[in-house]
Design a protein around this ligand. Structure first.
Ligand SMILES: NC(=O)c1ccc[n+]([C@@H]2O[C@H](COP(=O)([O-])OP(=O)(O)OC[C@H]3O[C@@H](n4cnc5c(N)ncnc54)[C@H](OP(=O)(O)O)[C@@H]3O)[C@@H](O)[C@H]2O)c1
Length: 439
């Protein structure tokens, strides 16, 4: 929500630094130069900052004023007095902080728009490892405190890990109409939420939840919501492509065998685009061919730039690898193409400089890269939304997108699952099942 004021602030600084001091153009009778543009952008930044600040206060107050549900519909399976549950938590940051606990506080419905779900399976995303190591704690805690959650100085603990899940609705708030008790559902959870998906129960808002696709297991379904919302936001909102505008477009995906890569590949193919994807071994190359990737570049055998420099340029690049491939990516696009990267400095900058200055610094570095490359360069983030999952369901049910599962672990094997994601180069996703057994 602070993005627009920060963009204006960035523009103010950029125009002051980069534009000449003499008149740049005439606006009616007024000569416009770097100083007047800087003042204009500073005013716009201040006004939008005040507007966003007031909006955020209003939203928090509105949510606090929602009356708790009076008579939630209750499933007979729910033990009414069981206040704890099993789950995967951290109570400190650092290596080896991930713990499976039997006494995690169990969430309860607080608001009329909430849904309590019995989790059947949750997936492990790289962000779970990052959160457990304390990466991004400044950003997460700022987001939490803006939303009235305990945060900072250890007040956020215990944090339940897990960003996406598949499960069965246990209870619903009195205003919920989208799902009912007993429905099979799936959802992604914002990265800063303390109540993650790796517990026997999870609380989600109606806006974030969707009915799970039919014909796939909970273990398979749990692999998709977080990567689906991330990829959808990057393609549809940032790179402005979609089912109608992707036909014949050339898309490059770096890190094609990961969670993001395997989903993005299938979505773009379903939309009729031409996909080139990278991998780092022959197993990955075979896997990408099976996902109908048009051209596979095994970067352990050939350098990315030399493999593709003589091919037609890409319209969109989805980057999951980061700075090591950036310069090559710049050369593989034409001016105005979109390069969307999921590997962002936002968490690190917030850690180093605090939330406000940190997001400003990240935005300036993004603008600098866009300026240098002449591309529409952007970072992209996961914004969970039930409506995105409703759209994805259609592709999954039509078998145009299939979940790619590397390994399923039982809850008791969580540490192994985390180690596998951190060090084991999974191909596709790693899942934790709450059903007590493997598929
Ligand atoms: N901004 C957001 O909201 C957001 C959301 C989701 C994910 N992300 C980030 O996006 C990245 C990818 O996520 P993911 O879920 O797809 O992770 P993942 O499942 O671990 O996949 C990572 C992929 O990148 C490849 N890779 C890693 N390092 C590489 C390198 N140096 N050169 C070439 N390929 C490399 C891996 O290949 P191998 O299989 O050979 O190791 C794998 O294909 C992560 O950094 C994650 O934190 C950001």
């Amino acid at each position: 929500m602070w993005i627009i004021p920060l963009i204006f602030l960035g523009c103010a600084i950029m125009s002051y630094i980069y534009l000449p001091t003499e008149t740049v153009f005439q606006l009616s009778e007024l000569p416009v130069n770097n100083k007047s543009l800087c003042i204009l952008f500073s005013i716009l930044s201040t006004v939008t900052f005040i507007r966003d600040f007031l909006d955020s206060r209003k939203r928090i107050r509105a949510r606090e004023n929602v009356t708790p549900t009076s008579a939630p519909h209750t499933s007979p399976n729910l033990k009414p007095h069981a206040m704890t549950m099993r789950g995967v938590i951290i109570e400190r940051y650092g290596e080896d902080s991930v713990t499976v606990s039997d006494v995690v506080p169990r969430p309860e419905l607080n608001y009329v728009d909430e849904v309590l779900v019995r989790v059947r399976a949750a997936s492990v995303n790289p962000v779970d490892i990052q959160i457990s190591n304390g990466k991004g704690q400044a950003l997460c805690n700022s987001m939490r405190s803006m939303r009235g959650m305990p945060a900072g100085g250890g007040k956020e603990f215990p944090v339940i890990l897990g960003r996406d899940f598949s499960g069965v609705v246990e209870r619903v708030g009195s205003k919920v109409t989208k799902v009912k008790v007993g429905d099979e559902v799936w959802a992604a959870i914002p990265f800063y939420h303390r109540g993650g998906a790796m517990g026997e129960y999870v609380l989600v808002t109606e806006a974030d939840i969707a009915k799970k696709p039919q014909g796939i297991s909970h273990q398979d379904a749990a692999t998709l919501p977080f990567v689906a919302c991330t990829v959808w936001c990057s393609l549809v909102r940032t790179a402005v492509v979609g089912s109608k505008r992707t036909k014949q477009q050339r898309v490059l995906i770096t890190g094609g065998t990961g969670g993001i890569g395997t989903f993005a590949t299938q979505l773009i193919k379903a939309w009729g685009g031409h996909v080139t994807a990278t991998c780092r071994d022959s197993y990955g190359a075979r896997m990408l061919k099976n996902l109908r990737v048009d051209e596979v570049v095994n970067v352990s055998e050939v350098d990315l730039e030399s493999a593709l420099i003589d091919k037609p340029k890409f319209d969109v690049i989805i980057d999951t690898v980061g700075s090591s491939v950036r310069q090559a990516c710049f050369k593989l696009c034409t001016r105005g193409s979109y390069l969307v990267s999921f590997v962002t400095p936002v968490m690190d900058d917030a850690e180093k400089y605090g939330m406000m200055i940190g997001s400003f610094v990240s935005n300036v570095s993004k603008m600098k890269l866009a300026w240098q490359s002449g591309l529409n360069f952007s970072w992209s983030f996961c914004l969970p939304e039930g409506k995105i999952l409703d759209s994805v369901t259609k592709y999954v049910e039509a078998k145009k997108i299939r979940p790619v599962v590397d390994q399923i672990y039982r809850l008791e094997e969580t540490k192994k699952a985390f180690k596998h994601v951190a060090e084991g180069h999974p191909k596709g996703k790693v899942v934790i099942t709450f059903d007590g057994g493997r598929k």
